[in-house]
Design a protein around this ligand. Structure first.
Ligand code: NAP
Length: 261
């Protein structure tokens, strides 16, 4: 198959920053594979995009989805150039509720003790009080998901010759800014940063670079309406890095500049 500028796989591509990354890269002539855990939502999001966007069902917590997609990419293209691990769940109850339940958010806040018990760091649910199943559930998507994805796609990224893994992390995972608030989310992102460094060292001999980015605070379902950045600005560093065919590995970027872990 004709593969234009390269083949890029974006997880959690149906809304928010991931959706914008897909849109911008497709416009630039990349073949974009949009992972969406709900196929129909992915199709709806891709329908307004220009260029080549292929929607595939992908829940990053599910071995089966991940392996089926890796097999499909192997058959269709025989390689993958860029893997963008964007899918994530946030620290607020708003981002954890299905959309149809979001009008009931004020009610959910009233039942805060239950919410706290579920591990969602509302109110005083800090690292001292948060319940661990909630933390584990955030880790499943934000940390084990990217790990599963990377393992499944190593051989296809190696075949690219210029394979690049971009993990969408967060300032909340910066070592220097760690504190007890939003414990599950912070832990998931600081762990993702560590995973980025570990894989960067192991995969450099295969010619695969592994980097992390922080998109900044972005107006999405997760970031909320108060966030200062648009999705366009939030997607910018990931898109810029995806286009860099050579360069750094094992680094952390925000606003196209390297930042400290
Ligand atoms: P968002 O608007 O809430 O979108 C999250 C995306 O991830 C959705 O497409 C969602 O799919 C998908 N997703 C969630 N769980 C998934 C799973 N198990 N498997 C596959 N896809 C899954 O969030 P966002 O603001 O765009 O955030 C994108 C990334 O940027 C995240 O990693 C986040 O931690 C990071 N980030 C965001 C901000 C910010 O201010 N927004 C700041 C720093 C870092 P569904 O539609 O199916 O739920």
């Amino acid at each position: 198959m004709n593969t234009t500028n390269g083949i890029v796989l974006v997880t959690g591509g149906n809304r928010g920053i991931g959706c914008e990354i897909c849109r911008q890269l497709a416009l630039k002539g990349y073949t974009v594979i949009m992972g969406s855990r709900n196929y129909r939502k992915g199709i709806a999001a891709a329908s307004s995009m220009e260029g080549t966007v292929i929607v595939k069902k992908l829940d990053v917590r599910r071995n089966r989805d991940v392996n089926e997609l890796a097999n499909w990419v192997a058959k269709e293209y025989g390689k993958l150039d860029v893997l963008i691990n964007n899918a994530g769940v946030g620290a607020t109850i708003a981002s954890r509720l299905p959309r149809f339940l979001r009008p009931f958010l004020p009610l959910a806040r009233k039942v805060k003790p239950m919410v706290v018990k579920a591990g969602l760091p509302l109110g005083n649910a800090t690292v001292s009080t948060v319940s661990l199943p909630g933390v584990k559930s955030i880790m499943d998507t934000n940390f084990y998901g990217p790990w599963l994805m990377i393992q499944a796609f190593i051989s296809l990224l190696e075949k690219s010759g210029q394979g690049h893994i971009i993990n969408v992390s967060s300032g909340m995972g910066e070592w220097v800014s760690l504190n007890g608030e939003y414990p599950g989310y912070r832990l998931s992102k600081v762990s993702l940063n560590a995973l980025t460094v570990m894989f960067s060292r192991e995969l450099s001999e295969k010619g695969i670079r592994v980097n992390a980015i922080c998109p900044g605070w972005v107006r999405t379902d997760m970031g909320g309406a108060e966030a200062p950045l648009t999705v366009g600005q939030g997607a910018d560093t990931a898109v810029w890095l995806a286009e860099e065919k050579e360069g750094a590995t094992g680094r952390f970027f925000r606003g196209r500049r390297e930042i400290n872990w």
